[in-house]
Design a protein around this ligand. Structure first.
Ligand code: ZN
Length: 305
């Protein structure tokens, strides 16, 4: 009996020792090759293309009755030292002075949760990049949850549709004035005869070589635009708040429609925009289409990118 236990113990320990040696060797090989799998992280999902790198950043946290977590799906596009942000999410000043910048009523109504680590500037620093290299911010529309972070990049030019900027300056009460209080350089883009897969397209002039287009998707606001980005030979279309949740495209009974309708400057245009997006997805399935607030959609990009 004693001999049998000893043999089994010896056999067991031998397996454990061999396994440990193999694991150490695998780790050493990974380190040698410089390809140790990265630790999982919440944000900053990277995809490399020939000309540019694209990071998907979640720069907002909102808790609503529809979703435990609602995202703010921003894009950071990088070519060597130059960077551009597509929408900025909530900024550092918002997290430090929410009452002054946003107001208690709106903070409670929307369901904001603030954390400096969520801001684009902190995420850019965490990636080891220099926020000063963000030269351009391409903005879908001027609701505060999309532009609160502009003040963190005062050197960057703000690119926005002409109608959206006019809507903001018209005193429409939906907008807060605080996000543009620092008077950044603004470049506006008026209507164009150019077309992109049948939709109007306005070429955005940034410091990057990457092709970037503003695509009017009016309704949520009078000048709300999506942003199309060409990466290698593929396009992605960021539709911002043309829908809050992807389910809006396919579930006419979803309760989020009521919120989308209530928040729309022009609900008839919003519905027409949703229809156009649905048609585009059906006819051009190769285009990656995603919005700002659907955290499941964001998680999907995290999984594949
Ligand atoms: Zn929004």
């Amino acid at each position: 009996m004693v001999r049998k236990i000893s043999f089994r113990s010896w056999f067991y320990y031998r397996i454990v020792i061999i396994r440990t040696i193999v694991l150490i060797l695998i780790k050493k090989v990974y380190i040698y090759l410089g390809s140790l799998p990265p630790a999982p992280r919440l944000n900053g999902h990277l995809k490399s293309f020939t000309m540019a790198e694209v990071y998907h950043l979640n720069c907002v946290r909102i808790v609503t009755p529809f979703r435990e977590n609602v995202s703010g799906h921003c894009l950071l596009i990088r070519e060597d030292k130059q960077m551009a942000l597509i929408d900025t999410g909530i900024g550092l000043l918002d997290t430090r002075y929410p009452e002054e910048r946003i107001g208690r009523e709106l903070v409670n109504m929307v369901g904001y949760r603030f954390d400096e680590k969520t801001t684009a500037i902190e995420q850019i620093k965490a990636l080891g990049l220099d926020p000063e290299d963000v030269r351009d911010c391409i903005i879908s529309h001027l609701d505060n949850d999309h532009i609160g972070g502009l003040a963190d990049f005062p050197q960057a030019t703000v690119h926005v549709g002409t109608e959206e900027y006019a809507n903001f300056r018209s005193g429409n009460p939906r907008y807060l004035t605080t996000p543009l209080q620092h008077n950044p350089p603004v470049r506006t883009y008026a209507s164009s005869a150019d077309r992109w897969f049948g939709l109007e397209a306005r070429k955005v002039h940034t410091a990057l070589d990457t092709e970037i287009l503003l695509i009017p998707l009016f309704g949520h606001t009078h000048g709300h635009c999506g942003v199309a980005v060409k990466l290698d030979d593929r396009w992605m279309l960021y539709v911002a708040d043309a829908y809050y949740l992807r389910d809006e495209l396919y579930d006419p009974g979803h309760p989020v429609h009521q919120l989308a309708e209530a928040r729309a400057d022009d609900n008839v245009m919003r519905i027409a925009t949703v229809e156009r997006i649905r048609e585009l997805i059906a006819s051009q399935p190769q285009i990656s289409v995603f919005g700002y607030h659907d955290i499941d959609e964001f998680a999907g990009y995290a999984a594949t990118d």
